[in-house]
Write a protein that binds this ligand. Structure first.
Ligand code: PMP
Length: 285
């Protein structure tokens, strides 16, 4: 079956879906994006993703190209046309097409909008989660506004590649003070031996993950204690459990950091429970 993408007003076959070479996303990475999980053919936590999209756009002074309900209709339509049951939907908005010049183009230049969707392998992801993932640490080298979900992901690309080359799945950025900020495409968490969940507060230094936010809401209901504070790789290695959160992975256990096993080197009990229960707290549309 041909894959379909939405590009600036048209639904196109993936092979014909292209943007202008003077699109500012292509030229300057001058754009933002969102990735939502699709489960049972429905989009998970879309209103929260659209809320964060608005934050990213307004921080960069890119106009919202259409009302949010219209964007939602397009995202659902792309999911439907691609018949994705389990997978992800990707939305990208850039500052549009204009002759190459660093400064903003005229306000009349419309933002570009691209939406695509694809299936993920559910069994494979479950298998990865059953074993847990390895992470490496990596020096934080991103700009100080990573709360904006910008498509400028070169540092994230390099960190992820470093992880792969080390036989790991994710890289955890460590800031100049020696604390973990987040993963190259996920938020970082640990669970202490007292059963306290620890994750860094959502400041400009991390992306305010939607999975993270939903999980924080869920913790209260599950009577689990949360501390929003930084932690070091050393504390993580000595923790009872560790995991990462992201829309495409939900709660993914971490079993090794820089080659050192966490606890007995298998996914932790609370982490597994959070993964199993997560979708009870998610909003489907
Ligand atoms: N941090 C970064 C750098 C990410 O790229 C992602 C994934 N988009 C996350 C955190 C997790 O965010 P979310 O739960 O919204 O997918």
């Amino acid at each position: 079956m041909a894959r379909i993408a939405y590009v600036n007003g048209c639904y196109k076959n993936m092979r014909d879906a292209s943007v202008n070479i003077e699109d500012r996303g292509f030229q300057f990475a001058d754009g933002v994006y969102e990735v939502c999980e699709i489960r049972g053919g429905r989009i998970v936590d879309l209103p929260r993703h659209l809320g964060r999209l608005q934050h990213s756009l307004s921080e960069l002074r890119i106009a919202l190209p259409m009302a949010l309900p219209a964007l939602s209709v397009i995202m659902h339509e792309v999911v439907r046309r691609n018949r994705v049951n389990y997978g992800i939907v990707y939305l990208q908005i850039t500052r549009g097409v204009a002759r190459r010049d660093h400064g903003f183009p005229a306000a009349s230049v419309p933002p570009s909008v691209v939406v695509s969707a694809r299936s993920l392998n559910f069994a494979k992801n479950q298998n990865t989660a059953a074993h847990g993932i390895k992470v490496i640490t990596y020096p934080e080298n991103r700009w100080p506004r990573v709360d904006i979900k910008s498509v400028a992901l070169l540092p994230n690309v390099l960190a992820k590649q470093a992880a792969r080359e080390a036989g790991a799945y994710e890289a955890w950025y460590v800031d100049v003070d020696g604390f973990v900020t987040e993963g190259s495409s996920s938020n970082a968490w640990i669970i202490t031996h007292d059963g306290v969940l620890v994750t860094r507060a959502a400041t400009d230094a991390i992306l305010s993950g939607i999975t993270r936010a939903v999980l924080i809401d869920a913790l209260a209901t599950m009577q689990l204690t949360l501390e929003q504070r930084p932690f070091t790789p050393q504390e993580a290695i000595q923790a009872a459990e560790a995991f990462v959160t992201a829309s495409s992975q939900i709660v993914m256990p971490v079993v090794m950091i820089d080659g050192k096993a966490i606890a007995d080197g298998i996914p932790g009990r609370i982490t597994r429970k959070l993964r199993e229960e997560f979708h009870r707290f998610a909003l489907f549309s």
